[in-house]
Design a protein around this ligand. Structure first.
Ligand code: PMP
Length: 419
């Protein structure tokens, strides 16, 4: 298999060359059940370009060594590569300093970190945490755990029938007892893009910090944490074409400084005695133990890749795909889209009359099509729409309208088979 090492920089959206991009992703040449793979499960995890795959190999074959501690040459090289990745992320989301970028295992761990440190030290009995009805379980359960422990309350912003947050209800929920607002930027099960700027402004008027779950946003939208003015922002590497097991917590430096450590261990300390331990400076205070070094370096490479294509160009391409798919599925009898917000990322959730999503997913798999079926870790969204599950096709920078045609053909076959 021949794959190009680097996609050229795209400076003009009209030069977006999806076929050239596809060649960078070796897995897209795979056959599944004898059919060419049509990978439409990008909201679960995206595929990796060859440059990211090679970077992990390069790390293990030329640099492998523990970071921050050794004086030998290899440790210097791996530390440099790890810290360079941090700087790439800092620039990508326009953080003020690299000490505001904490490496974690992913969005889930980043939210748990904030709940267990900021939450533990700021929540008291009767205090409130605001989340929304469309949160991923990873932005519900960590808050439930700490609220239960502290006898604090979880308040939930409701959503309307299109799957949009009801902002008037949000404003009513903000109170003197609110200690943090934690909301998703883009919904993984509905595709909704939330008006996070308005949400942040309203909270800040009352001096309340806001965490933005950008797990489904960072790969679709340009993110500038200073412009957003969010207090925390989290995302996972694997949804932005990087490796699994690596993610990011961005936090404003004054907040991170005020928070106690999350986990104890090596690297997060300054001085340890049995009587007293003092902690390392940011960001290391929150990075106990040996991190996923290859993952961080791979994420840095993924960010380089995305930057070469241009997040704006990716957004435009994905919008075309979403519009095309939204129109194309109208021809499938009995199909209903769940999530019809006016602003969406490229996530298309749907139900099909009387056919269980599990059967849809299994049938499409035999056509070589990978979609997601289930509650997508958003059970309250399913309850809101009174459905057990949806089928979800989610599109990435390398998907094509031809692949959407294959999906629609597959759905029409299902209608024939299941009557
Ligand atoms: N938030 C959202 C909106 C997500 O879609 C996901 C992953 N599906 C997560 C958080 C959790 O991400 P991870 O499993 O990578 O920690």
């Amino acid at each position: 298999m021949t794959v190009k090492a680097q996609t050229p920089v795209i400076t003009n959206p009209s030069l977006y060359d999806v076929e050239a991009i596809r060649k960078d992703f070796p897995i897209l040449q795979t056959y599944v059940h004898g059919k060419p793979l049509v990978y439409l499960d990008n909201a679960a995890t995206s595929q990796k370009p060859i440059s990211v795959i090679r970077k992990a190999q390069e790390y293990y074959s030329t640099m492998n060594s523990n970071i921050h501690r050794g004086v030998h040459a290899l440790s210097g090289v791996s530390t440099e590569a790890f810290e360079t990745a941090r700087i790439k992320i800092k620039k990508f989301i326009n953080a003020l300093g690299k000490n505001e970028i904490i490496f974690t295992r992913g969005a889930t761990e980043s939210i748990n970190l904030v709940a267990q440190t900021f939450g533990r030290s700021n929540l008291n009995e009767g205090d409130e945490v605001i989340i929304s009805e469309m949160e991923h379980h990873s932005n519900i359960v960590p808050w439930q755990l700490i609220c239960n422990e502290k006898k604090a309350k979880l308040k939930v912003i409701p959503i309307n029938d299109d799957g949009e947050l009801i902002l008037e209800e949000y404003e009513k929920l903000l109170s003197d007892r609110t200690k943090i607002v934690s909301v998703v930027y883009c919904s993984n099960s509905l595709g909704t893009v939330n008006p996070v700027r308005k949400i942040i402004k309203a909270a800040h008027k009352k001096g309340i910090p806001v965490l933005i779950d950008a797990a489904q946003a960072v790969n679709h939208l340009h993110i500038d944490v200073q412009e957003l003015d969010c207090d925390f922002l989290v995302f996972s590497g694997h949804k932005i074409y990087g490796p699994t097991g690596i993610g990011v917590l961005y936090g404003k430096v004054n907040l991170l400084d005020s928070m106690p450590p999350y986990q104890g261990g090596g690297d997060m300390i300054s001085k340890v005695t049995f009587e007293k331990t003092t902690y390392n400076e940011l960001p290391h205070k929150f990075e106990a133990g040996t991190p996923n070094i290859a993952g961080a370096i791979g994420l840095g490479e993924a960010i380089d890749y995305v930057s070469r294509i241009g997040i704006g160009n990716i957004s435009l391409h994905e919008k075309e795909l979403l519009d095309y798919a939204t129109e194309a599925v109208q021809s499938v009898p009995g199909l209903k889209i769940i999530g019809t917000a006016s602003e969406k990322v490229s996530v298309l959730s749907f139900v099909l009359d009387d056919v269980h999503p599990h059967d849809i997913g299994t049938f499409l798999d035999f056509e070589g099509i990978a979609i997601r079926t289930g509650h997508h870790c958003t059970q309250p969204v399913m309850d809101r729409f009174k459905i057990p599950a949806t089928s979800r096709a989610s599109f990435a920078m390398y998907n094509t309208t031809e692949e959407i045609d294959v999906l629609v053909n597959g759905l029409n076959k299902i209608i024939k088979v299941f009557g």
